[in-house]
Write a protein that binds this ligand. Sequence first.
Ligand SMILES: NC(=O)c1ccc[n+]([C@@H]2O[C@H](COP(=O)([O-])OP(=O)(O)OC[C@H]3O[C@@H](n4cnc5c(N)ncnc54)[C@H](OP(=O)(O)O)[C@@H]3O)[C@@H](O)[C@H]2O)c1
Length: 315
Amino acid sequence: MRNEAMHEKSDGTISRMILGTWAMGGNHWGFCDDVEALRAIDTALDNGINAIDTAPVYGDGHAEELVGKAIQGKRDKVFLATKCGLDIYSRKYERNLSPSYIERDLSQSLKRLKTDYIDLYQCHWPDPQTPVEETMAALLRFREEGKIRLIGVSNFNDDELREAMRCAPLFSLQSHYSLLERSVEQSTLPICRENDINFFSYGSLGAGVLTGKYREQPRFSRGDARSFFYRFFKPRYWPKVRLLVDGLEETARSKGTRPGVIALSWLIKQPGVRSVIVGARSSEQVLDNIADVPVELNAREMELLDHLSGAIYSC
Ligand SMILES: NC(=O)c1ccc[n+]([C@@H]2O[C@H](COP(=O)([O-])OP(=O)(O)OC[C@H]3O[C@@H](n4cnc5c(N)ncnc54)[C@H](OP(=O)(O)O)[C@@H]3O)[C@@H](O)[C@H]2O)c1
């Protein structure tokens, strides 16, 4: 089932939906079955998604290894994005964007991904200990050497983004954005639009919440990143989160589709969003997420979702 709508909207290089692989790492997001994860990647690539986002920190290299396996024989058809600068080797996950660290990070990623180049290499988090000029000079050198093709950043605030832009041509910013987290709308998205920086959203489905899968507030174990990474899981926000999901369900019912499809369609429509990164751990989830996206949302539906999502952090 190839989703032509999703595919046609790509500009020939990057589809409007990118497959996220954090959960596939299997260590910070509950168990993930490798066979199922490989199937999910295949399904995505067979159905119009041509871009994959991964990182060394997802499963301490495991997600990259799975991606490397899945793209064998298809490398030229895949836009491969990975990241650097979170120290997995010490297991402390400290930020490190020093040239020597990212040189090591890059060579390990290339090995795990079984490729000799990365399409998009992204600084995972800003590192206040390393001057950004040094990081960018190293990335420009890797680009000259043909090991990476494009430079991106992730989780950079506006000042950090402007500074990085002064040192190197930035292709993209990856940040948290969905109906559950809209702070990038104030200034970050406008900066990206003004400077031709592609914006990629992560947490696009609210780590699953926006699919409507949780009737009650979920509880995760302490080691599970969902217990601390996404603030909307905190008990005080849950009643308003649930009202938003009710709104998504109502809208989805009237269109004969699912709440996650409505959430992703809303996000894809936001000015400046180049592509939405959507995580999945099975081919069923991948198919579910691409099946109807994007559906048309009328002004009244957009207003309802704006209102319900705007209320979440005002409580
Ligand atoms: N740069 C960064 O700092 C950063 C941070 C976070 C994420 N990311 C990237 O962005 C990607 C996406 O973000 P995310 O994974 O945090 O959140 P997400 O895309 O909002 O949610 C993905 C999760 O929702 C659940 N799900 C997906 N489709 C579903 C469906 N159809 N039905 C029911 N459940 C479904 C799955 O988890 P369960 O099966 O466990 O419910 C899946 O792992 C990541 O994989 C990663 O590549 C980057």
